[in-house]
Design a protein around this ligand. Structure first.
Ligand SMILES: NC(=O)C1=CN([C@@H]2O[C@H](COP(=O)(O)OP(=O)(O)OC[C@H]3O[C@@H](n4cnc5c(N)ncnc54)[C@H](O)[C@@H]3O)[C@@H](O)[C@H]2O)[C@@H](O)CC1
Ligand SMILES: Nc1ncnc2c1ncn2[C@@H]1O[C@H](COP(=O)(O)OP(=O)(O)O)[C@@H](O)[C@H]1O
Ligand SMILES: [K+]
Length: 508
């Protein structure tokens, strides 16, 4: 089965135009959008007796007028509010407003105090937003947000850019966003996540075959998709058939990060896990995770060309671990000192599939080591900004473009972390992980992710599949952990049992 996809507004406009031609009436889709909105009102707010519908000048406003006409006809008290310069600018919006007025509908000026209502409907702007909200429109949105009534946003919360999820100075904070025709990529990542409320799609009666377009779309990954990759283990498998992952990190003072990565890797099914870390971290790591094979480096072994003979990874020790490994994770707690740099150089020369995280990314961004082939990079926004030599605001403004730019510049698969994680391949193909929660915003959570992706690489998944499946498994495990006890106070360690549980989904 082909995976579900998320659309851009360019794709939606292409789809709309084709559908309008087929219906033979450009107004038909707007009629259907207004009807779907009215059904959503009846379903979610059946007791709302009064509605305030705030209409803009384009077709999003037109959807609002159709909804207002239907709600009035059903006996609700309805007022439509619009700014003085938001007279309809499209034929369809003009027609929808005329039908509302002809039916006796009431209009109130949007630049005064907003009348009270049981439900607010945001029909200001949809996919046609072209710039940040300013002046009277921004003031109107601030007044909408100050009201206590619930808000239904039509298609897009006004002020949110549907393609990127970025939010300017102000945007409508909705309780529910009813998307028309198909799901939009930008509403599921970054800043948009704080404004959409729940997301529902009304397909307006279009069939999946109507949703084709010449525009690139974004693969849409949700919890059930895990079964696609996580097949049952072969009955006759042994530890060697399930991969051997080498995890490197944990310089002085940062021992926990590599422990979390190693434990997550075992819970995500790696048959064997080696850890290279500082000598001081060996005993605590083995106490917590006796299943790991731990190799400690003392201070004399910072340089991998030195002739250390303490059992650490200087000299030939690291080479032999690399030759036994199926995949590598390097970066959690690695630091940027000589010890970390030397080990990163050796790994980048190995040719093995490798997950680069944290300080491994910072060393690559600084040009100390060149990014290897066969790599998955897992930057958070700060690391992404460093990899692109730009600022966090810039990468967050268009997370899809940033993920693509990193993948192209470093010729690697990129997992751009954050609310609505994005995976980009070097060719520019994008995937969005529609799972995860703000409980994950806690130190050590990214270390767990790198261990999970590493384990999937070690078990033989190709780079892109390991990246997408790993990021999904990580977020789905975090959702289960949050459902179990709440978001605040969630710890990366709480994911471990859920990783195991969801890593076996395909087996059930
Ligand atoms: N085209 C179609 O066939 C359909 C469109 N539909 C609706 O139409 C919407 C798109 O309609 P439009 O393309 O008319 O666009 P919008 O209604 O989203 O907004 C465009 C209008 O807003 C103005 N505008 C944009 N940004 C502004 C800003 N920051 N400040 C002030 N004014 C601003 C533009 O100048 C333009 O007049 C969709 O989101 C959806 O709600 C639905 O009716 C379904 C069918
Ligand atoms: N608000 C959020 N919603 C969903 N996922 C989040 C959110 N905040 C953080 N995450 C996820 O948690 C992880 C945090 O990683 P990172 O910032 O690298 O943490 P650390 O470096 O401390 O290990 C990433 O997988 C990220 O996508
Ligand atoms: K809207």
């Amino acid at each position: 089965m082909s995976p579900a996809v998320l659309h851009t507004s360019a794709a939606l406009r292409e789809i709309e135009q084709r559908a309008a031609l087929r219906f033979g009436d450009p107004f038909e889709l707007m009629r259907r959008a207004g009807r779907a909105a009215w059904q959503a009102v009846m379903q979610h707010w059946p007791h709302a007796q009064s509605l305030l519908v705030i209409c803009g000048p384009g077709n999003n406003g037109g959807d609002g007028y159709v909804l207002a006409t239907l709600a009035r006809a059903s006996g609700r008290r309805v007022q439509v509010c619009c700014l003085p310069d938001h007279e309809p600018r499209t034929d369809e919006c003009r027609r929808a407003r005329q039908e509302y007025v002809d039916a006796g509908g009431e209009l109130v000026a949007g630049d005064g105090a907003l009348p009270a209502a049981d439900l607010l409907v945001d029909a200001l702007f949809g996919i046609g937003l072209t710039r940040e909200l300013q002046g009277p429109v921004a003031a109107l949105v601030e007044r909408i947000n100050a009201l206590s009534a619930p808000v239904l946003a039509l298609d897009v919360p006004s002020g949110v850019v549907a393609d990127t999820g970025s939010v300017g100075s102000v945007a409508v904070m909705a309780d529910l966003t009813l998307e028309f025709i198909a799901a939009k990529a930008g509403l599921r990542t970054g800043g948009a996540r704080d404004f959409t409320g729940g997301l529902h799609v009304a397909d307006l009666g279009l069939e999946p075959t109507d949703l084709r377009s010449a525009q690139a779309d974004v693969a849409w990954l949700r919890a059930p998709d895990l079964a696609h990759w996580l097949r049952p283990r072969r009955r006759d498998s042994h530890k060697g058939s399930n991969g051997r992952l080498l995890c490197i990190g944990g310089d002085h003072g940062h021992g926990g990060a590599i422990m979390l990565a190693a434990e997550a890797a075992l819970r995500a099914g790696s048959g064997l896990v080696d850890v290279v870390t500082r000598e001081a971290h060996v005993a605590p790591l083995l106490t917590r995770l006796p299943e790991a094979m731990v190799h400690g480096d003392s201070d004399g072994e910072d340089n991998s060309n030195s002739n250390g003979d303490s059992g650490g990874t200087a000299s030939s020790g690291l080479d032999s671990l690399i030759s036994d490994a199926s995949a590598i994770v390097i970066g959690p707690g690695l630091g940027q000192g000589a010890w970390g740099r030397e080990r990163l150089r050796a790994i980048c020369a190995s040719g093995l599939p490798v997950v680069l995280d944290a300080d491994a990314l910072n060393l690559i961004a600084a040009g100390v080591v060149a990014a290897p082939a066969n790599a998955v990079l897992t930057p958070h926004p700060g690391e992404a900004a460093r990899l692109l030599q730009t600022g966090i605001t810039e990468v967050q403004r268009d997370r899809f473009a940033a993920a693509r730019a990193i993948a192209s510049r470093y010729q690697a698969v990129v997992v751009f972390k954050g609310a609505g994680t994005i995976v980009s391949e070097p060719c520019g193909n994008l995937s969005l992980i529609d799972a995860g929660n703000p409980g994950m915003a806690v130190g050590g959570m990214g270390d767990v992710l790198s261990g999970v992706i590493g384990a999937l690489l070690a078990q033989g998944l190709p780079l892109r599949d390991a990246a997408v499946c790993g990021a999904l498994l990580h977020s789905v495990a975090a959702d289960s952990a949050a459902a179990d006890g709440g978001e605040r106070g969630l710890l990366p360690s709480d994911l471990m049992c859920w990783l195991r549980c969801h890593a076996n989904r395909g087996a059930r």
